[in-house]
Ligand binder design. Sequence first.
Ligand code: ZN
Length: 166
Amino acid sequence: MYERAVRYAANGWPVAALAVPWHGVCPCDLGDCVEPHPVGEPIRNGFVAAGVWKAYPWDIALVTADFDVVDLPPEYGALLNHQLKAACPTAMAPARRRWWFFVEPGSIEAERIAAAGGVLHTGVEDWVAAPGTLVEGSGRIRWLVHPHLTDWRPYRRRDPFDLVLF
Ligand SMILES: [Zn+2]
């Protein structure tokens, strides 16, 4: 967990300590939380992350400050993954078969995602559990396209005009 948190932060992906309740006990000071939640401010610095995760064995929240996460149900997620191939960092939460696409902020309107039965995670107050995290009800979330394959860049939408003229 320590190494993964440092790697995200060192590559500019904002992370926060994630408290995940297990069998009714949360590792934060309150202790009786029901849902996983971040603790503290987003961290974008590998050295700071090293200090935090050395001190506590937290899970990792990826804070959607510098990218949006488009959370889609399987009927759209599988098709989109097939189209995007390795161009977009993509994760999957197996238990509920949700697909997560990491895209540049503002890429897609929340209304369009909601109409497809999805959820847009956006802004510094929002987050997703980093792949590798085991969450009750979601199973172990895993990367299908790891961000190192895109040089740690979220997906940028392009159409042929962008590709030809810019
Ligand atoms: Zn808690």
